[in-house]
Design a protein around this ligand. Sequence first.
Ligand code: NIG
Ligand code: FE
Length: 414
Amino acid sequence: MIKNRLIGPFTQLLTMDNIPLKGSLNDSQLEIIPDGGVVVCEGKIVKVGNYDLLGDEFGDRNTVIDYIEHEMVLIPGMIDPHTHICWAGSRANDYALRLAGKSYLEIALGGGGIGDTVQKTRVATAMELEASLTERAINYLRNGVTTIEVKSGYCLNTEGELKLLEVIGKTNKKLAVDLVSTCLAAHIKPADFRGSQSEYLNNVVKELLPEIKRRNLSNRIDIYIDKGAFTTAEAQVYLNQARKLGFDLVIHGDQFTEGGVAVACELGALSVDHLEMMNDYEIKLLAGSNVIPIVLPGSSLGLGGRFAPARKLLDAGCSLAIGSDWNPGSAPMGDLLLQTALLGIFEKMTMAESLAGITFRAARALGLSDRGVLKVGNLGDMAGFPVADYREIIYHQGSLNPSVVWKRGARETL
Ligand code: NIG
Ligand code: FE
């Protein structure tokens, strides 16, 4: 007989339920259950509520008790909606050059940048890539992140991009943490492609995308719109073709130059990510659309640049998700909670806005409605922090780690 698992009691249980997808949030909008508990069965939440009452209802022989002895705050497992964690090599040299005053674009033109990681990732074996991806994903799970979006984009040829997506798929099957794959073959045009930018993208549409569909490797397509990457016009053609093939669309936009937001809104992308350079007109445009902005404070910290205008976006009525952008170049840190806390203090985001950005709203940015909120029917993905007040989580600026993480209701060994 299938057993229920009653988990608790938690000093505070933050459900993140009944929060609007868009707009600013007050901390008083957070649903906090004191002395809370969760019942999980077959990986999904069966009930959330007062621990003692749940004990009365479920405390029979068909229930396993996962008893929490110490004070603990429970939140939904965190979701990182934007990473590039399938890569080989290091870009410490790029970082040293940035410290010496060179810009991201100058470094790329001088032989560093994305092209450098492409060279190293192309020659790495699938086994090597799987090992480093596994290490990064497990590290994330330890930090309470239970779903991670992972982009390809560091091989930029058909064979190599398939290698990356296969590695992401295989690692996803192997680990408890969920990896959501995205094809970023449109990262930049690789140095060895003989032809124009449009010809490169055309080639991706003809050769790579059908194969991704055939092997069921991803249903998401990303493109980097910027100086040194692709233009808005090139992106429009590419994304329209990808959409016809049935892919969901996401965009790297407005990191160094404006323009990506309009494309995202026109084509109905799921999200537009980065946004450090976005203007007020684009904020309005986004507020009137269903596109979710994903801001990436890790990239601002890695480049020493400005944060995306998170406060303005929320005040204008936009949703707001937060991703780490973890990658070897612009965002080498890979600590979502720390970055969320820093973004919050500089942009004046409430605890509710910060937490929603890495749970409920991050799930929606990935088009997922079965996680990010602790409610009946959702996955039992949860992170427990050894504190009595949920505000300690952001207050500690990333230095407080969860003491227990559950994925689909099962305790992970940390
Ligand atoms: O999101 N800007 C484009 N792509 C990545 C950086 C990739 C890299 O530098 O390797 C980003 O910041
Ligand atoms: Fe990125």
